[in-house]
Design a protein around this ligand. Structure first.
Ligand code: ATP
Ligand code: MG
Length: 399
């Protein structure tokens, strides 16, 4: 599987080389290949200028030209192709003030954050390893390339990235790197929330998230993160053995559940959540409360969007004494009489016709809500005749 992945990407290296440029696989994909992990994305570094890359390939998207990055589309896959570069000063601790494109991979590897990420591989599979990255992978250690204090000051996001990689890979952080993380940690407050959030999302989804949490507690980096900086004990409210929480919506729901005083609205504005994440958090919280109240049932499953099922199961297992598996929800789902309001065989007009003397108003929606609930919970069949009967005989529904 991975072989094919690289084989296809290799064609890009070959193409660049045929124009007399140098080109390598770099960063996470090389690390993950050595580890036998699934490879998320294949990043390529090249001596070709961004303009040349755009000329050489037909299908390119210039996503970050100022940093030398273009996306090359090849066989329906996207590859980030970045020109070898060195970073200038970081006066704003966010972006280098300038980048300089260079001809050799060596200096490009030097600008990278950790030794395990500073590996390059040519198309024959030969690995360039200038900082003992392979050795650190074997020892499962995260260590900065060069002086940690300086590297974290240049870009404090790397402090969070160290935690993120320990959570994803289960690696330890070298003593020296950890000391420097502690020294520079307050600088994290200067970074744009959007950048922090990307890393924190991956952190909570990491397979070894408990490892990451242990480091988070040890470094007290949470004192410098949105929301957590105002709630110093929040992190200690987490269950003892945290399991991966797959999405930021679920992370939002988790912390709101643990500390209801932190509203979803407040959390979301501090973390700049998308509407989709907010919606997922609200859906999950509602389902958790329903589950607490009356266990798994058809109405709960009906109201919860299918995309939230896996997170819901994880949250139940983390937060409640009861145990749940995805199969429980799938069973309920498979016997639902309808899956959305649209599948009801009556609509507002049918309801109105049943009560010709009443003028339109919000009562119609109330009736439909009551009908929807009755159908989903099996009190009435979803056919016109039965539904009309049911509405007539259930006056509460029309008040
Ligand atoms: P993932 O599997 O999550 O994609 P990754 O290692 O590929 O992990 P990315 O964020 O995609 O991580 O970054 C790609 C590479 O770019 C890294 O492996 C690293 O070499 C370099 N890099 C990314 N962010 C930084 C940073 N803030 N400072 C230095 N180097 C970085
Ligand atoms: Mg990557």
């Amino acid at each position: 599987m991975q072989i094919t992945f690289f084989d296809e990407a290799k064609e890009i290296l070959e193409r660049l080389e045929s124009y007399n440029h140098k080109a390598y696989f770099v960063g996470g994909c090389v690390r993950d290949m050595i580890l036998g992990r699934n490879i998320g994305d294949v990043d390529i570094a090249t001596s070709a200028s961004p303009e040349s890359v755009q000329e050489i390939f037909d299908n390119v998207i210039p996503v970050g030209l100022q940093h030398g990055t273009v996306i090359v589309r090849h066989n329906r896959q996207s590859y980030e192709v970045t020109t070898f570069r060195t970073d200038g000063e970081y006066s704003d601790q966010r972006h280098p003030d300038s980048v300089t494109f260079i001809q050799s991979i060596d200096e490009d590897l030097q600008r990278r954050d950790f030794t395990i990420n500073a590996l390059a591989m040519d198309r024959d599979g030969t690995i360039i390893d200038l900082f003992q990255g392979k050795n650190d992978i074997a020892k499962k250690v995260i260590r900065t390339v060069g002086n940690g204090f300086e590297r974290f000051q240049e870009d404090p996001l790397r402090i969070i990235r160290a935690l993120r990689f320990s959570s994803q890979l289960g690696f330890s952080i070298s003593d020296d790197t950890l000391d420097n993380m502690k020294l520079v940690k307050q600088e994290v407050e200067t970074i744009a929330v959007e950048r922090i959030k990307q890393e924190v999302e991956k952190f909570f989804a990491g397979k070894h998230v408990q490892r990451g949490i242990d480091y988070l507690k040890e470094t007290q980096l949470d004192y410098h993160l949105p929301v957590f900086r105002h709630y110093h004990h929040l992190i200690h409210k987490l269950p003892d053995r945290l399991t991966p929480v797959p999405s930021f919506g679920a992370v939002t729901a988790l912390f709101h559940y643990l500390k209801p005083e932190i509203t979803i609205q407040y959390w979301s504005s501090q973390w700049k959540c998308s509407n989709r994440e907010k919606r997922a958090a609200n859906d999950l919280i509602r389902a958790l409360h329903q589950f607490n109240h009356s266990g798994m049932n058809s109405w709960l499953v009906y109201c919860l969007p299918a995309a939230c099922y896996p997170s819901f199961v994880i949250l139940i297992n983390l937060l409640m004494d009861k145990h749940a598996v995805l199969n429980d929800i799938m069973k309920w789902e498979s016997i639902l009489p309808i899956h959305s309001r649209q599948e009801l065989v009556i609509d507002g007009n049918d309801v109105k016709q049943l009560f010709p003397d009443r003028s339109s108003g919000p009562w119609i929606k109330d009736v439909l809500n009551a009908v929807e609930f009755a159908v989903v919970t099996g009190k009435v069949n979803n056919n016109k005749k039965d539904l009309k009967e049911w509405i007539k005989w259930n006056p509460t529904a029309i008040n």
